[in-house]
Design a protein around this ligand. Structure first.
Ligand SMILES: *[C@@H]1O[C@H](CO)[C@@H](O)[C@H](O)[C@H]1NC(C)=O
Ligand SMILES: *[C@@H]1O[C@H](CO)[C@@H](O)[C@H](O)[C@H]1NC(C)=O
Ligand SMILES: *[C@@H]1O[C@H](CO)[C@@H](O)[C@H](O)[C@H]1NC(C)=O
Ligand SMILES: *[C@@H]1O[C@H](CO)[C@@H](O)[C@H](O)[C@H]1NC(C)=O
Length: 420
C-alpha cells in the first residue's frame, strides 16, 4: 500500500471509530444487523444474537448482574453457570469453582463465545465444570451507565470517559471479584484475561498483591499486553505516533470511540461476510501477523459484535506505551508533577508481584503482544509464571482459532492447581 491508501484507510477507520449516531432502535437482546444480509443464511445466526441469546440457543444456563464500582459505574457481569443442557436449578446448587473472564480493549464479554461452540473459551470452561463469570469493562456497550454521570451529556462525557486500564484495575476488578465471591460464597476464584483484560490484572496485582492473593488463586494471561517494544503492526505503530491526529480528534470533543452502532455492525459484518479475505486483511493490519490460525467462517460473527466501545484515553494509553517502549502509567505531560509528584509517569511495578500463579499464553503471530515483549514480561514476573507456552496464534486467535489447544492447556492448569 502507498501513502494515499493508508490515508484513505485511516480516514475510513477513524470515521468508524468515532461515528456514534444510531438510526435504528435497538430491540431487546438483538444486535442491529440489517436483515438483508441474513436472508440467505450466508452468515451464522449468532451474528444477530446477543450474549444471552447465544447462550440460550445453545442450552447454557445464563444469568446477568449489574455491579456498582466505588466510583459510580454500573457494570454488566454475565454468568454461565452450567454445562450444556444442564438443569439450571441443579447447576446452581452444585458448588462449582468460579472463573472470572475479562476481555480486551474495545471488546466485550461476547468475545469469549464467538468461536464454534466447542471452541469458545467460555463454553469450554463451563463444560469443564466451572462457574464462568464474564466482566464488561466500563464504557463498553453493556456497561455504558453511571450513577450520576450521563455518557451522552456534552459536559459529563468528559468525566465519564476519563479512564484507561488503570481505572479498570483500580475499580472494575475489585468490584467484579468482590461481587462474584460474595454471590458464590467462595474464598477464591481463578482469573482469565485477554489483551487489555490481562493488562488490567497485571496493574491490579502490581498495586495490591496482598488483596489479589487473598482472592485469586491463579491467573491465565492470554496475549497480555505489558511493555510494547516489538509491536509488528506498521499501522498500529503509525497510529500511535499520530499526535497531531489525536489532538485534532480530541479538539473535536471526541472522548468515546468505537461506540457499537448500526453502521459499524453493518459495514464490518458486510465486509466480513462478502469478503472474509478483506476482513482478514484488516485483522492482519492491526492484530494478527497472520490470520491463518483463525476459523475464517466465524470472523463475520466476531465482527458483528466487535468493536464494543471504549474511551479514547484507553487507546491513547496504549499509544504512549508503544511510543515510550515502557509499561507505565498514563502520561499527563506537563501535569505529571501534579498527578504523580514526578515529571515522568511511574512504571507499572511488576516486581511487586509475588507469591502468585500465572499461566502465560503467547501467540507467535500476535502483532499486539509479540513474543519478544512476552519474554520480557515472563522474566519480570519470574517464578510467578507456573506455565509458559507459545502457540501459532494471532491476537484474535485466542478467541477464534481452529485449534484451541492452548485453552485445553489452561483448563489442565486450572485442574492441576485446584483452588476450590
Ligand atoms: C437469496 O437467494 C435468492 C436465490 O438464490 C436470490 O434471488 C436473492 O436475491 C437472495 N437474497 C439476498 C438478500 O441475497
Ligand atoms: C456482600 O454480602 C454482604 C452480606 O451478604 C453485603 O452486605 C455486602 O454489601 C456484599 N458486598 C458486595 C460487594 O456485594
Ligand atoms: C514529592 O517528591 C519529593 C522528592 O522526591 C518528596 O520530597 C516529597 O515528599 C514528595 N511529595 C509528596 C506529596 O509525595
Ligand atoms: C469453523 O466454523 C464453521 C462455521 O461455524 C464450522 O462449521 C467449522 O466446523 C469450523 N471449523 C473448525 C476447524 O472449527
Amino acid at each position: 500500500m502507498n501513502g494515499n491508501h493508508i490515508l484513505i484507510l485511516l480516514i475510513v477507520i477513524i470515521f468508524l471509530l468515532v461515528y456514534k449516531y444510531d438510526t435504528q432502535p435497538r430491540k431487546r437482546g438483538q444486535i442491529n444487523i440489517p436483515k438483508v444480509l441474513h436472508e440467505n443464511k450466508t452468515t451464522d445466526e449468532d451474528s444477530k444474537r446477543s450474549f444471552s441469546r447465544i447462550c440460550r440457543s445453545k442450552g447454557y444456563p445464563f444469568k446477568k448482574y449489574k455491579v456498582l464500582t466505588e466510583d459510580g459505574y454500573w457494570l454488566t457481569l454475565f454468568r454461565i453457570y452450567g454445562t450444556k443442557n444442564e438443569d439450571p436449578t441443579e447447576a446452581l446448587q452444585k458448588s462449582k469453582p468460579a472463573v472470572f473472564f475479562q476481555h480486551g480493549v474495545v471488546d466485550s464479554a461476547d468475545t469469549f463465545i464467538m468461536n464454534d461452540e466447542d471452541k469458545s473459551p467460555a463454553f469450554m470452561t463451563a463444560n469443564a465444570g466451572y462457574d464462568v463469570w464474564l466482566g464488561n469493562s466500563r464504557g463498553n456497550k453493556y456497561s455504558r451507565e453511571h450513577q450520576w454521570l450521563d455518557p451522552d451529556d456534552s459536559e459529563e462525557k468528559y468525566v465519564f470517559f476519563d479512564y484507561s486500564f488503570e481505572e479498570m484495575a483500580k475499580y472494575d476488578v475489585p468490584a467484579f471479584i468482590d461481587f462474584i465471591l460474595n454471590t458464590t460464597e467462595k474464598e477464591k476464584l481463578a482469573v482469565l484475561g485477554h489483551s487489555q483484560g490481562a493488562t488490567t490484572m497485571l496493574v491490579k496485582m502490581s498495586e495490591d498483591i496482598d488483596w489479589w492473593n487473598k482472592h485469586v488463586s491463579i491467573f491465565a494471561c492470554l496475549g497480555g499486553v505489558g511493555r510494547l517494544q516489538h509491536t509488528s503492526s506498521k499501522l498500529v505503530k503509525d497510529l500511535a505516533n499520530q499526535n497531531l491526529l489525536l489532538d485534532a480528534v480530541k479538539r473535536l470533543g471526541v472522548v468515546e470511540i468505537c461506540y457499537h452502532n448500526y453502521y459499524q455492525s453493518l459495514i464490518f459484518s458486510t465486509i466480513c461476510s462478502i469478503s472474509p479475505s478483506l476482513c482478514n486483511f484488516l485483522i492482519e493490519l492491526v492484530a494478527d501477523a497472520s490470520s491463518e490460525a483463525n476459523n475464517h467462517s466465524r470472523v463475520d460473527v466476531f465482527m458483528a459484535h466487535y468493536p464494543s466501545g471504549s474511551s479514547l484515553k484507553s487507546f491513547e494509553h496504549f499509544a504512549q506505551i508503544i511510543v515510550s517502549g515502557k509499561f507505565q502509567k498514563f502520561d499527563y505531560g506537563a501535569l505529571n508533577l501534579q498527578v504523580y509528584n514526578q515529571t515522568t509517569p511511574p512504571k507499572v511495578d511488576l516486581k511487586a508481584i509475588k507469591d502468585t500463579k500465572i499461566i502465560q499464553i503467547v501467540g507467535t503471530a500476535d502483532h499486539l503482544s509479540p513474543v519478544e515483549d512476552n519474554l520480557w514480561l515472563k522474566s519480570e514476573l519470574g517464578s510467578n509464571v507456573v506455565f509458559y507456552e507459545e502457540y501459532f496464534l494471532g491476537h484474535t486467535s485466542f478467541l477464534l482459532a481452529n485449534d484451541m489447544q492452548f485453552m485445553k492447556d489452561v483448563l489442565h492448569q486450572f485442574e492441576k492447581n485446584k483452588w476450590d
